[in-house]
Write a protein of this length. Structure first.
Length: 664
């Protein structure tokens, strides 16, 4: 069968399975994995050789890491450096150590045990980022935690690839190892430096050509080119692609590059998961199900425990720590690359490879479901009395405080919205307190005198400490949908008279939050759209009161009008067309002009020219809608409105009065 035919079959089967599973809310990633199992050599056997698909799948991984690099940028990496460095190091180290102990107990081979630790320590960047992106939760506390650790894992693969040959018995001296690490650091440094001095110039020249095709090709060349160059120096292609993304992210063309590359990324990533599914032998799973189930349980348990411990050590609150640990409990795509490498070096045999493969693919299949239920599970667990007592010195209840205020405002979340609100409340002498889960923010703002505390608003104890029962207003401005819903529900139960305002990212959450007790819900996506349509209507010269009424109507009805795409049907286009026929012009009165000391009424300007004088500028003073008795002075600028033909008549009339001395 020709390659193009295989590719077509892969896409057809994938599309059908993903479509069917989407009807029961099964994530598309699971659909691609199932498609691979069905059409692969161990399934129906439509595709007997998965190598050709694996090549395309590798391109998918490259494009995924490239897009991650663009979206994150060096500035964002610096902001989450604690999570990337400390959290990532702890997660990889703890997972590797626990897995090594467990694997040594099973196989009694230290080489296999350590290699197993490497395999299990990596999680799936593709799955986690795709699920978080679809749910809009990348900017949540647990989203940032997971992404930071995933980035460290992807970088640490380089070190693992350097260490694996040592496990195979290959003689590797410390000098050779240090040489490889230094070489890796140097190539990464060179690539990053070029992002400042070389690539911006190249991209500027490409964009200056005004050819979209050339721009797309150039972006792909940069992505694949840097990936290939880094691979020449012993680094992974995927790491090179990630570095290429970081380079593009530092330029002003990052957003355009990302939008152009996304269609390619989505297509190739689908093929990656199909190729992973092809590796799974359904017969092997059936024959060894008990063993696979135990290994699967061990992988998820070890990864959860290690990740939870790691993020707790870096002071992530209890609830986000639980969600992060669940989200990182699957095996990653780089583990497959590492497993093939280990198999070729004879560190593991085919039986171990198949056992690992089956367990890993299943962790990938169940991962989207686990991530989706993780916030609810974390809410439940973190509020158990036993869990609270065990973690009372950490996380959401670590800081002991009690707010003794009445009729105050509580702000949960101290991002841009929270800070702006706090500034206004302070200037208005309205009492308020702030709750945030970012340690650095809390310490920094406390030094500036802000009444801010560290804690998780989903804890009923924390809400009581904030004086929720005596508060007048609660403003929730966080990026965690699950936490927002729980805070609203708890607050409403504690204080039925409390006025609750919630900022949310998506309008789809408005009804749920209202039903839980929120008085006002402000979705960011439609506040933006309201601002846009208000400005558009203003440009079309709609009356200001009409625009304000439309905006107010939409807000009062909880954005129902926009959600149903049924904004007030006011036919104002005729009004706009009429305004298009009008022009505004001005005329300066000079000392030699016969207009001086003569009134508007005396000159009969409107009667003779059919234009209306709307204002007169005299020095720094503006006289709007001057009365008929208004008299002109030297230097006055007369501003009038009318049709183009009448404007010309007015200019001619003024010139005639002035003896054609004055000019426009």
């Amino acid at each position: 069968m020709e390659f193009i035919e295989i590719l077509e079959i892969v896409f057809i089967v994938s599309a059908l399975i993903v479509f069917v599973l989407s009807k029961v809310n099964v994530p598309s990633l699971v659909g691609f994995l199932f498609a691979g199992v069905i059409i692969g050599p161990y399934g129906v056997g439509i595709v007997k050789d998965a190598k050709s698909i694996e090549i395309i799948a590798e391109i998918g991984v490259i494009l995924l890491l490239f897009s991650i690099g663009i979206e994150f940028s060096l500035k964002k990496l610096v902001r989450i450096k604690k999570i990337v460095l400390a959290g990532g190091t702890l997660q990889v180290s703890l997972t590797t150590a626990l897995t090594t102990l467990f694997a040594y107990f099973l196989f009694r081979d230290i080489r296999v045990a350590i290699f197993s630790g490497f395999l299990v320590s990596l999680s799936s960047t593709a799955i986690v980022l795709k699920v978080l992106s679809e749910k809009g939760e990348i900017d949540t506390p647990y989203g940032k935690t997971m992404v930071g650790i995933l980035i460290f894992q992807d970088l640490f693969v380089v070190i693992m690839m350097l260490l694996v040959p040592m496990l195979s018995g290959e003689e590797v001296t410390l000098f050779n190892l240090a040489q490889k690490i230094i070489k890796a650091v140097l190539i990464i440094g060179v690539v990053l430096l070029s992002s400042k001095y070389i690539f911006p110039f190249i991209l500027h020249q490409v964009v200056h050509s005004k050819s979209r095709e050339l721009f797309i090709i150039s972006i792909i060349v940069i992505c694949l080119g840097i990936a290939i160059v880094t691979s020449w120096f012993g680094l992974s292609l995927a790491l090179g692609a990630f570095l290429a993304g970081l380079i593009i992210s530092e330029s002003e063309y990052a957003h355009q590059a990302l939008s152009d590359i996304i269609p390619f990324k989505e297509s190739f990533m689908g093929l990656f998961f199909v190729s992973v599914g092809m590796l799974l032998s359904f017969g092997f799973v059936v024959e060894n199900f008990p063993k696979i189930f135990l290994v699967l349980l061990a992988i998820v348990s070890v990864k959860f425990a290690a990740a939870f411990a790691a993020v707790q050590i870096i002071n992530v609150a209890l609830r986000p720590a639980i969600v992060s640990a669940i989200g990182l409990s699957q095996i990653g795509e780089f583990s497959f690359i590492l497993a093939i490498f280990g198999k070729n070096l004879k560190i593991i045999d085919d039986s171990f490879y198949q056992l690992f493969l089956a367990s890993s693919v299943i962790t990938m299949m169940i991962s989207p479901f686990l991530i989706n239920v993780a916030p609810k599970f974390a809410n439940y667990v973190s509020n158990l009395r036993l869990v609270k007592s065990l973690f009372s010195h950490r996380g959401s209840v670590r800081e002991s405080f009690s707010v003794d205020k009445k009729d105050h405002t509580i702000i949960i979340g101290f991002g841009l919205n929270g800070r702006n609100l706090a500034r206004v409340l302070k200037e208005s002498s309205i009492p308020y307190v702030v709750l945030d889960m970012n340690n650095f923010t809390v310490l920094e703002m406390k030094k500036k005198g802000e009444p801010i505390f560290y804690g998780d608003g989903t804890s009923i104890d924390i809400l009581h400490s904030l004086g929720i029962e005596n508060a007048k207003l609660l403003v929730i401005a966080i990026s965690d949908p699950s936490a927002t819903r729980r805070i609203v529900s708890l607050s409403r139960k504690i204080n039925p008279k409390l006025y609750i305002i919630v900022r949310t990212r998506y309008v789809a959450e408005v009804d749920d939050l209202k039903s839980l007790g929120a008085n006002e819900v402000i979705p960011e996506e439609f506040e933006t759209s309201i601002e846009i349509f208000a400005r558009v209507l203003k440009y079309y010269h709609f009356p200001l009161n009409v625009i304000m009424n439309m905006v107010e109507s939409i807000r009062e009805n909880s954005y129902t009008a926009l959600r149903k795409i049924s904004a007030p049907k006011i036919n104002m286009l005729d009004h706009y067309q009429a305004l298009k026929e009008l022009e505004i012009e001005s005329y300066m009165v000079t000392a030699s002009c016969n207009l001086i000391d003569r009134s508007i009424k005396e000159l009969e300007i409107r009667k003779k020219t059919k234009v209306n004088i709307i204002a007169i500028k005299r020095g720094d003073e503006l006289f709007a809608n001057p009365s008929p008795d208004f008299r002109f002075k030297d230097g006055d600028i007369v501003i009038f409105v009318g049709k183009p033909a009448n404007i010309n008549n007015a200019i001619a009339y003024f010139n005639e009065i002035c003896g054609k001395v004055c000019e426009i």
